[in-house]
Design a protein around this ligand. Sequence first.
Ligand SMILES: [Zn+2]
Length: 494
Amino acid sequence: MNKPAIRIAVLHFSHETVSFLKNDTTLADFIYPGSPASGEALLGAYPKSYMGGFVKVAREFDGVELVGIESPLWPRTGTGSGWITEEAFETFAGKMIAGIKAGAAFDGVYLCLHGAMAVRGIPRPEAELARRVREAVGPKAFISATFDLHGNEDEAFLRYADMAFAVKYFPHYDEYLQGERAARTLVRAIRGDYKPTHVTIRIPVISPTVLQWTGASPWMDLGQRALVWEAREPDTYVNIFFGFPFADVPDVGMTVQVLTNGNPELAERVGRDLAATIWRRREAMLKSADIHSIAKGVALAKQAVAAGATPVVLADHSDRSGYATRLLREIVAQNLSNTLIATIADAGATTRLKAMGAKEGDSFDMEVGGLADESAGEPVRIQGTILKAVEGHGQFWVCIRFGQNNVLILSTYLVQIMEPFALKALVDIDSFDVMAIKSRVHFRRGFDDNGFAKTILLVEPEQPFLGTTRLDGLPYENVDLTKFYPYGSPAFSV
Ligand SMILES: [Zn+2]
């Protein structure tokens, strides 16, 4: 006899909101060809990420039916937009709940989330979504979720949901794996083979994301310790949320969640161990990378080129709009050559260039970038020749050669270059000594972990603009930084 069918509703709602950006993330930003998605389109939306892992494993079990409930995909602005409007949240959350109710009885729900969403008027949006889903499916259904380690989560989420699985690596190599775990554990829970028991511990430490690279200690050691616990204790899962400080929400900072199979003492023991480890290593965590001023970084890049330590990566980790010209301006001022700047976002300029029918060989003389807010700086005039002007990935891309074999890539939106080979379609990546990009840690996967770059320099402006490592320069309204190390002296013991 076949086992009775298991019905699972699948939902997606993800954003990493830089609430200090001036451009809200609106309903329209979530609506574009392919988004919102439902049914198989939703289930197939991110095949190499959380969703792909979840769907693959859930379908390895007999008698599991997945129902893709209409959900928005990532907004077209990526991570380059501010507060999500209440209209956007309510519209999609409303559709999701209506979709769950229309789909009748579900045994389980999978929530594919990020965790660093910031919504006007809703302090804990992921927990609020879980609360509404719980209300719609009733107390007997199980709710399983996946998260980015940049999620800002406190105790609220697991009050309404049963299970959460967050990535352990930054760059986030294990998204698919966490999707797989979310599926297996959800199906087991529905079958009565896993009894989710959890503990959540908040640790009052706040850190800028650029420091959180898990390729180096002590961040690497935290993940390792979590993995050791998972290896030692069957059915134990550990999440360490590093937190996302550029969302001005009440649950910023670090959080540990531990999930066990019906063993609250074990969850408590593992949670305390990790919380104590984090607290003990807090000083080293805040000193894990050197950040240079832009002027110093460009000077160091020049020295590295002279010494033959190329290619050099100059990563302006702090640019959150994509429009920032401060690094470009300094590259021009210090007369760097053989330098790729990827990218400067400028929706106005790319729209005009597209309308003008810009093409290879055209001469170029325009002011680009800047002005999105004070962090972006002033526009910079670039005179050169267009190498390429193409449409792709929902953006218009223009490559301009200028100076001594320098190339600037203009894009419509913020682009975080994670690996150089992604640029091959646009430029000859081997012809550059220096690559100036806008990324904090994600670039490590393609520039550092594989040995590509010989020199890596992280830079930020001298002023504490919105992507700064000096969080006390940010205009928080919902966070009291003095309650967090290193900005105050919070008491903490486990
Ligand atoms: Zn992340």
